[in-house]
Write a protein that binds this ligand. Sequence first.
Ligand code: CP
Length: 320
Amino acid sequence: MNNFPSVFEAINDLSKDQIEGLLILARKFKERDHDKPQFPNKLPIVANSFLENSTRTKNSFAIAIKRLGCHYLDFNTETSSLNKGESLEETLLTLYAQGVDLCIIRTSVSNQLSEFKNNTPVKIINGGDGTNQHPTQALLDLFTMQEIGIELEGKTMAIIGDCIHSRVGHSLCELLPQFGCNIILCGPSDYVPKTPEYEGVEISNDLESTVKRSDFLYTLRIQKERHAGSTEAAKHYDTYHDKYGISRDKLKAWNKEVPVFHPGPANIGVEISTDIIKSSLYKGYDQVVNSIYMRMAIITAILSNNDKNIGIIDGTRIRD
Ligand code: CP
């Protein structure tokens, strides 16, 4: 894959060719068609640096790193010198000097990784930053949609829920229209943008008409941790399930028993009902299964890019 970026922050960092390359590579990993060592000469060291909570992303990266045969460093942010005031840049340069080749970073600060694109302390994959982007989630979702046979060209997907605060939603809006898929962002007016921010994306506050127009659904959690006490956001909490929750009854009534995706973690009984989660319509576990293969592909692409402009101080690399 030519010119894969050394800081992979957002879907728009990748060309369509690179996205297609990742899909092919992920499929090969899944089909065990690629069991030869990816890094035969020197095993890279890959660190997981999660400054915000995670179950799926952190563990799936950890497993992908180990499946690729790389050395794995669980960088414990809570006991690190970040808590003594050391900057993230100094931290990353220090990890690079210690031999780390790639860091997966999750942070609650939107766009925190942008500053590293021009002067890269270590190769970086965004594991989700604030409300900005979660590009590896969107890519594994695309892989899953293709795998279960959804032909995206000309189809419509509804993203239902707290779209404004969802980094997954933003990444999907940058990714799926490239494959000809239209998106409707649906939710109460406080959870969706006033006007569309992306090509191929429209806005609705009406669940029934949105679902009836959609070929498949992507449900989102209400992200209370990003509401910062907003009374506008909070006023929907109690009525959300009735008005916007996806249940088997609603889908049957609307004659729309279609695949339902969710990035997790799900608040069951709020944005999605138990009877959906326990049904074959629910694709959340397929997404988790496929997360390993897509993340193996992304790690392989970034480690293989041969970029020599990493960890440079005053014109000199701090290690070979
Ligand atoms: N989908 C996702 O990012 O889940 P985690 O927060 O559990 O990593």
